[in-house]
Design a binder for this molecule. Structure first.
Ligand code: ARG
Length: 560
């Protein structure tokens, strides 16, 4: 039951719709204050009265019933307590009825949201630095779809630039087809690194690289075939990782896709008097907005990253008519997004306000950072493999007799990597540690997975769930009910703030509350009605844990 709506309808505040009132209701930090609270100071302006007085007057309007059991005033707050038994029965039934759809809605029906994420660079390694954009974007895709939005996942491939000229030179000199087919991205990287080493000694290699890049641009057959091959190799490799992380895309239109879509943008900038020449380059001056100029064309007339992004934004608006268009890109690019969003606004694109940079922090390994040029880089594939391997060793030690150990190790190891990137508020920098993400006792992925498996085993032992009524409730039971009831709100808030960590944290809280309940309250062996209710509650927790984790791309094993 939507208690916020129920309360809002009963309150029937003049001049506000039930939806508007419902949106104002908060969940107090401590449950002894009430289950919901209306902060009346937000009505003070329109009602022209002091908040405590408003609270008092509104309180007089409603009386307790079978759903609301207590209405009280505390300063400027009007507090509501929901009848616990009603809430317990109603919530558990709803979860069991809706199953894995519990928490979903049609909030976003008819609205399209583009999500630009992962957006890897061709022929460059898929490294630990790509983890966050890939899993944050992947989770947002699932969360928004769950809420009824039409999500469009876009991998804005970095498939344009002089580095492809360098790669062709490197391939011609130090590469061969067979070795590359076998070594794939690592081999491409090896020859790319070699190019940089050699170019230090022989700078003329750079000219050669520029020449080959020009050949790609001019449509030369051989150069383009090589380029297409590099691209195919890269995409095939990364696809394996996307499958492991359960991440999908609807479009792979990358930077080169916009080669022929930039001229109209440049013309429009000129027409609107926004394009200025500076040192031979074409720029848009953004001094007035406290930013350095946005570079549109280099001296030699070639386009820049921002030019392509502007063409891409316009293309996406035209193609998808988005309600919002998100860019899940690290904070190092904060300025880039601010700049080109501003330029689009100055061009009079009213939809520029719907472009959102979903900025996030860096991931580094415990032993330090990495750089592609020097070749010291941590491949995401290696991190996943190692985490699965370590998970397998832990399982071997803890539960040697477990069936499908390898499958469970895959679920635990992969989940731990994803969870590691989705646990903290996304803007925080993360230092990745195998020991931390695989700790079975902390606020971790295996802890939640273990709890899910525990629910599963209780349900197996308990057998069929007979008819139940909530007749009494322990505090542990009610804590679970309140969490379950709040899950739909958590999903909504995660979508509003583009913050999958809300879902991750929720899963941890729910797992903790379940384990508390499991220790405190006997399930099997209790009186029939109590047993049935506790089994139903267990099933509801199991369902919601699985849903929450599925939104993040993590599986919960049946047994652990
Ligand atoms: N390929 C870029 C990089 O590795 C990220 C692209 C992000 N998306 C965008 N539309 N600019 O830095």
């Amino acid at each position: 039951m939507d208690y916020k709506k129920y309360i809002a309808e009963k309150l029937n505040i003049e001049g506000l719709s039930a939806e508007e009132t419902a949106a104002m209701l908060e969940v107090p930090p401590q449950s002894d204050m009430g289950d919901y609270a209306l902060p009346c100071f937000r009505l003070a302006k329109t009602m022209r009265k002091a908040p405590p007085l408003i609270a008092k007057e509104l309180a007089a309007k409603i009386s307790a019933d079978g759903v609301i059991c207590e209405v009280s005033v505390a300063g400027g707050y009007l507090n509501f307590k929901i009848d616990r038994l009603h809430r317990a029965e109603d919530t558990v039934r709803e979860v069991l009825e809706k199953g894995e759809r519990y928490g979903s809605s049609d909030l976003g029906a008819g609205k399209t949201i583009c999500i630009d994420y992962s957006s890897i660079n061709i022929a460059k390694p898929f490294h630990i630095g790509h983890l966050s954009t890939t899993v944050i974007g992947g989770a947002l895709y699932k969360i928004l779809s769950f809420l009824g939005y039409k999500a469009v996942g876009i991998n804005h491939l970095g498939d344009y630039g002089t580095q492809f000229g360098k790669l062709i030179v490197a391939y011609k000199r130090w590469g061969d087809k067979e070795t590359i087919e076998k070594g794939k991205l690592r081999e491409l990287m090896r020859i790319y690194v070699k190019f940089h080493e050699e170019a230090e000694k022989h700078p003329e290699l750079e000219d050669e690289a520029r020449h080959y890049f020009k050949l790609i641009e001019d449509g030369d057959k051989e150069a383009n075939e090589l380029f297409a091959w590099f691209k195919e190799l890269t995409l095939k490799e990364v696809q394996k990782i996307y499958d492991r992380l359960k991440v999908t895309f609807d479009s792979y239109a990358g930077e080169s896709f916009y080669n022929d879509k930039m001229q109209p943008v440049i013309d429009e900038l000129k027409e609107k008097g926004l394009l200025k020449m500076s040192d031979g380059a074409a720029i848009v001056n953004l001094e007035e907005y406290g930013m350095p100029p946005c570079l549109i064309l280099k001296k030699d007339g070639s386009s820049l990253y921002a030019t392509r992004d502007m063409a891409a934004a316009i293309y996406r608006k035209k193609t998808y008519d988005f309600y919002k268009s998100l860019y899940v890109v690290a904070y190092q690019q904060d300025l880039h997004f601010k700049q080109f969003f501003k330029v689009l606004e100055l061009m009079g694109k009213e939809w520029a306000k719907d472009l959102v940079h979903v900025s996030y922090g860096m991931v580094s390994m415990e032993d330090g950072a990495m750089s592609t040029r020097t070749g010291k880089v941590v491949f995401l594939e290696d991190v996943l493999d190692k985490c699965v391997e370590k998970a397998a060793a832990i399982i071997e030690e803890k539960n040697e007799k477990l069936e499908n150990k390898a499958e469970v190790a895959r679920q635990v190891g992969t989940g731990a990597v994803i969870f590691g990137a989705l646990y903290n508020n996304k803007i925080k920098d993360i230092v990745f540690s195998y020991d931390k993400v695989l700790n079975f006792d902390g606020e971790t992925c295996p802890y939640v997975q273990y709890t899910g498996a525990r629910c599963n085993s209780v349900l197996k032992k308990g057998g069929e769930i007979g008819a139940f009524r909530a007749e009494t409730l322990t505090d542990e039971e009610y804590a679970l009910v309140a969490l379950l009831d709040n899950f739909p709100n958590v999903v909504k808030e995660a979508a509003e703030k583009y913050e999958p960590s809300f879902v991750t944290r929720f899963a941890v809280d729910l797992a903790k509350a379940y384990n508390k309940f499991y220790i405190a309250d006997k399930i099997i062996g209790s009186e029939e009605n109590v047993k049935n209710f506790r089994l139903a509650l267990t099933k509801a927790v199991h369902t919601v844990l699985k849903t929450a984790f599925a939104l993040l791309g993590i599986e919960i094993p049946e047994q652990m």
